[in-house]
Write a protein that binds this ligand. Structure first.
Ligand code: ATP
Length: 335
């Protein structure tokens, strides 16, 4: 059966890594149909706005989008287009796998295989409640945690553990100090954990979690946490397995999901054809899993692993001298 997805080619290195990713998906023969839509600077150039309604309509219709990085120009009416998209579609779960790959600059061998599930819509990242006193001496920012928001993110983490054969969920918090917000999150996490007797549950204070992640990352399977901690910890985890060029992320809601690379538009290397396409391609792997094509997802993942292991056509960030499309062709040839 054909599945239509919205494809946003993005800005900077976006179009290059998207072409490379689609090359691999085409070779896979997964029956995907692409509906191209613009956002970011490309949309501003073509349509006079950063996020055209037609793009929002396309994502709403298809419920699945593969998106390259976007530039949000200063003064463009958005603080970030990515954040605006997450809000618009209530994409509450930011899901970032971190799995060791061969032949990367990771310090941790092949022992890491974890997923960070970050709450994406509340917590400390609110635009309201930010204050600076008139004399500029005192600043205050608020955080909001809800039972509903905590419940759905923790449930998501447990369901993910179940569906991927993982056996443990670790809730990361600071409830010993931030008793109100982090305390509510932890209370709800405990309640939800009680409904999943088949999955182990562990609680860990965020500072200890950071140390444990660096000392013994192989002890973790699924991490679930609030927005700010999740933002920091998921980048830490990307660093455990070789950095930005290999870090994908999914933003998932009830009615839509957007899959992407974690990195930005990399203006310093844009247009040179040397960007690593793997982060976006791994985002496509998450997408294939999400739309119920786990075998296709596995095939692409294994082709990436085999290409990395062979050191074939690797891009500069991985120590090679290959091109974006050359790397994609090497991966596609292993499918
Ligand atoms: P933005 O403002 O869009 O976030 P940025 O340059 O601040 O852009 P990134 O795009 O994440 O942030 O880039 C950080 C560094 O990592 C840059 O030096 C960039 O060249 C490099 N980088 C990012 N993505 C890739 C990639 N896919 N392949 C190779 N290098 C990359």
């Amino acid at each position: 059966m054909t599945q239509k997805i919205t494809v946003i080619r993005g800005d900077g290195i976006g179009p290059e890594i998207m072409d490379a990713t689609l090359h691999v998906l085409d070779r896979l023969g997964a029956g995907l149909e692409y509906e191209f839509a613009d956002a970011g600077l490309a949309a501003l150039d073509r349509h006079g706005e950063l996020m055209p309604q037609a793009t929002l309509d396309s994502i709403a219709r298809n419920a699945v989008a593969l998106k390259s990085p976007l530039t949000t120009p200063v003064g463009g009416g958005f603080s970030s287009i990515n954040v605006a998209l997450r809000r618009h579609f209530d994409l509450y779960a930011n899901v970032r796998p971190a799995k060791s790959f061969p032949n990367t600059r990771s310090r941790f061998g092949d022992g890491v295989d974890l997923v960070t599930v970050r709450e994406n819509t509340e917590g400390a990242y609110l635009s309201e409640g930010q204050e600076l006193s008139e004399d500029g001496e005192v600043a205050i920012s608020g955080a909001r945690i809800t039972r509903k928001g905590s419940e759905r993110i923790v449930r998501y983490a447990f369901e993910l553990a179940r569906s991927t054969g993982r056996k443990k969920v670790t809730a990361i918090h600071k409830a010993n100090i931030i008793k109100s917000t982090s305390g509510l999150f932890l209370d709800v996490a405990r309640e939800v954990a009680g409904r999943y007797p088949d999955i182990g549950f562990q609680e860990m204070i965020v500072d200890n979690a950071c140390m444990q992640l660096v000392m013994r990352p192989e002890q973790f399977e699924v991490l679930v946490t609030t927005n700010l901690f999740g933002d920091i910890i998921s980048d830490l985890c990307a660093g455990l397995v070789g950095g930005l060029g290999l870090a994908p992320g999914a933003n998932i809601g009830e009615n839509a999901a957007i899959f992407e690379a974690v990195h930005g538009t990399a203006p310093d290397i844009a247009g040179k054809g040397i960007a690593n396409p793997c982060a976006l391609l791994l985002g496509a792997v998450q997408m294939l899993d999400h739309i119920g094509r786990p075998q296709d997802a596995d095939r692409v993942r294994q082709a990436i692993v085999a290409t990395l292991a062979a050191g074939d056509s690797l891009t500069g960030d991985l120590g090679g001298s290959g091109t974006t499309m050359g790397f994609a062709q090497a991966i596609a040839s292993r499918l």
